[in-house]
Write a protein that binds this ligand. Structure first.
Ligand code: HGY
Ligand code: MN
Ligand code: MN
Length: 413
């Protein structure tokens, strides 16, 4: 489109904003820990709101704590072109997962301001509450409420492991907004994010044109045996819940391998009770995260999990309870948005390739209620959800320039 301005973002300013935000919840190893709705999350949100207000945006907050910073366009009656991501992190997260998409959106606004460029449609940058699902499970909760996947009551009632409820924590940090969550149309939604995997780096591409994201199923399993004395209980009389859980960890790994090459499965949390070195564990709680790009394969993995639990617990005389707490189906993004990202990358001269996201993102749920696309940039060694997560200023700027172009294509009539 020839009527688009030939403007570029400010690479240094984007990097400085990322490093400034990274000071909030910064860890000794150079990562970030800003768990959802903690005081540190509040500090990150407050800094973002201050920056957006300084950039002349009107900021609103909805009842799930989602933040929307709006830059007016010539035609306020048009639905906004929206970008954004999340500010909450994993406990040992990095400086870029989520934050990059939020601050790339702010950089788009700052760049438009620098050039005094007025779009036709309004432009908004959003922050989605509890994308990670680490403190409050499941993930992508607030974008899920916005898309009508979860009710607000369900989301507000989610407890963390200390029993604190998501809705109460929203109120405590002052981000229980007055706007209803959802029911608002977007002209388009674009999310910029680090790939969090090794493909772009291995293929030496700067931009990932994200066609969609794989499906996920999350389970919580409790295996119950019998606590008894580690010294006096003969091996053939034990009902050792941790032995059952240990065998299940290996089986869960084998289920992914049996659905190769695209399946992945992870046991991320495992708690053995009572947790005393000379008492045989009577109960073990663990989480299961299973993912696959095809729904059928994901269902087959879930069925294999159930079968393995019955076999393993039968062998050792244990009981089990397996609860599926989340199912997020595989997602295909809007073809026009995918093409807009590809065009923007090509016209900007960046080596790019189509890719399916291994990670979940707020864009996955927003794609249910708005035309949605995503832009990936590489991260070093494909490492993420790790304090050493890193990306280069050049790649981050490239992704932000592609975001600017893709958004302008939708915001300028
Ligand atoms: O787990 C995920 O895919 C995302 O990082 N929340
Ligand atoms: Mn993320
Ligand atoms: Mn993440």
């Amino acid at each position: 489109m020839s009527n688009l301005p030939n403007i570029a973002i400010n690479k240094e300013r984007l990097w400085e904003s990322l490093m400034e935000m990274a000071k909030i919840g910064g860890t000794a190893k150079g990562g970030n820990c800003r768990l959802a709705l903690t005081d540190l999350d509040k500090q990150g949100r407050d800094l973002f709101v201050r920056w957006c207000t300084e950039a002349g945006c009107t900021v609103t907050v909805d009842r799930m704590g989602n933040i929307f910073a709006r830059r007016p366009g010539r035609k306020p009656e048009l639905d906004p072109v929206v970008t954004g991501s999340h500010l909450d992190t994993q406990p040992t997260g990095g400086k870029f997962d989520g934050v990059y998409g939020v601050l790339a959106g702010l950089e788009v606004i700052r760049t438009l301001n620098d050039h005094g460029f007025e779009t036709d449609a309004p432009v908004e940058v959003s922050v989605w509450t509890n994308e990670e699902g680490s403190r409050f499970a499941p993930a992508m909760t607030a974008s899920g409420v916005f898309a009508g996947v979860f009710t607000e009551d369900y989301a507000h009632a989610i407890p963390d492991q200390d029993g604190k409820k998501l809705g109460d924590e929203l109120k405590r940090i002052g981000y229980l907004g007055d706007q209803p969550c959802g029911g608002r149309k977007f002209r388009a939604f674009f999310e910029a994010h680090i790939e969090q995997g090794p493909i772009l780096e291995a293929e030496k591409r700067t931009i990932g044109v994200v066609k969609g994201a794989q499906g996920q199923r999350w389970f919580e399993v409790t295996i119950t045996g019998q606590e008894s004395h580690a010294g006096t209980t003969p091996m053939n009389r034990r009902r050792d819940a941790l032995l059952g859980a240990a065998r299940m960890v290996d089986r869960i790994n084998a289920i992914a391998l049996a659905h190769a090459p695209n399946a992945v499965s992870t046991v991320g949390v495992l708690r053995a009770m009572p947790g005393s070195r000379n008492t045989i564990p009577g109960s073990v709680f663990f989480t299961v995260d299973m993912r696959h790009p095809e729904d059928k394969a994901l269902s087959s993995m879930a069925a294999s999990l159930e079968a393995a639990l019955a076999t393993v617990c039968g062998e050792i005389g244990l009981k089990y309870e397996c609860k599926e707490i989340w199912y997020s189906r595989p997602v295909a993004f809007d073809k026009d948005c995918v093409e807009a990202v590809k065009r923007a990358a090509g016209e900007s001269g960046f080596e790019n390739m189509e890719i399916i996201s291994g990670a979940g993102h707020d864009a996955c749920y927003i794609s249910r209620v708005a035309p949605t696309g995503m832009i990936f940039v590489p991260c070093a060694d494909g490492i993420s959800h790790n304090e050493i997560e890193s990306a280069t200023p050049d790649d981050l700027a490239a992704g932000c320039n592609v975001l600017l172009r893709a958004m302008l294509e939708r915001a300028v009539l």
